[in-house]
Design a protein around this ligand. Structure first.
Ligand code: HSE
Length: 288
């Protein structure tokens, strides 16, 4: 059995902790068979445990504590700690692993609730489960979500060659906002989401770049951001935003302009790599 989970790009500007998009990089789990102990073979670095301490196994055992230990191969082209949902993809894979091995018959809604409880917010785990664009809330233990197609656009991700931990990137955010600030910030978020659902990327892009919840506090942590945004504007981009907690910089650009923008970005020779991504329309999948 094989489980595959897409990468995700959260927030999309003002959809902080509640909006995310599934994109075309993948975590793949191969279940190779029962073993005396949990074994997770991977080449993701020495910091990632290869035994029962691996997040994948921890999540699977949390969901179904009596699973038999397995030998598992884990491969991923989702960059770690770069704002592309690498840990959320592992959480979703762990839930699916428990679902399959334990024959739990979980619905997608069950998976979303479990994943959100583990992750703390639904913006990465929801698109990792459903694919596409997902708008979700998590309030008083209840997850509410809506899956929608993403408007036609090209996606470019600049992935810096340094990591930024979500916890560090959350630390620069204010502890509180006034009521008036919250009303203004959520009105911008409302327009961003409405425009995405209406397929109006010009309007969505303006609202995404007007975010009041996190972008202005975090952009200084990503030194390449301003330069990329300026270049992207010159290439007609709809929006440039921090993917999740960063440091990946995501650009939404009209289809047909992405190759020229990628070339121009590559010519800046920034310390990192630029990828052209597409929207993943499926989310987590299982192969026999
Ligand atoms: N919404 C989260 C954040 C995504 O921006 O901190 C990363 O977990």
């Amino acid at each position: 059995m094989k489980i595959s989970v897409p990468a995700t790009s959260a927030n999309l500007g003002p959809g902080f902790d509640s909006v995310g998009l599934a994109v075309s990089k993948y975590l793949t789990i191969d279940v190779l068979g029962v073993a005396p102990d949990w074994q997770v073979e991977h080449d993701l670095g020495a910091d990632i445990p290869s035994n029962e301490d691996n997040l994948l196994v921890q999540v699977a055992l949390k969901v179904c504590p009596n699973l038999l230990p397995q030998r598992i191969k884990m491969t991923s082209d989702i960059p770690l700690a770069r704002g592309l949902g690498s840990s959320s993809s592992v959480i979703v894979a762990g839930i699916e692993l428990a679902n399959q091995l334990g024959q739990l018959g979980l619905s997608d809604e069950d998976k979303l609730t479990l994943a959100t409880e583990i992750e703390g917010h639904p913006d990465n785990v929801a698109p990792a489960i459903f694919g596409n664009l997902v708008v979700a809330s998590y309030h008083q233990g209840q997850v509410n979500h809506l899956v929608a197609d993403f408007p036609t656009a090209a996606l470019l991700a600049f992935v810096p060659n340094y990591q930024l931990k979500t916890s560090d990137s959350r630390q620069v955010l204010p502890q509180s906002m006034s009521h008036a600030q919250a009303v203004a910030a959520s009105s911008i978020a409302n327009v961003a989401v409405a425009a995405l659902l209406a397929g109006d990327l010009e309007k969505a892009g303006q609202a995404m770049e007007a975010d009041q919840f996190h972008e202005s506090y975090r952009q200084p942590l990503v030194k390449e951001f301003a330069q990329i945004k300026e270049l992207a504007k010159r290439h007609g981009a709809y929006a440039t935003y921090l993917s999740g907690a960063g440091p990946t910089v995501m650009v939404l650009v009209p289809q047909g302009r992405e190759q020229a923008l990628k070339l121009a970005l590559d010519q800046l020779a920034l310390a990192g790599e630029t990828f052209l991504l597409t929207v993943d329309g499926e989310g987590v999948r299982v192969y026999d």
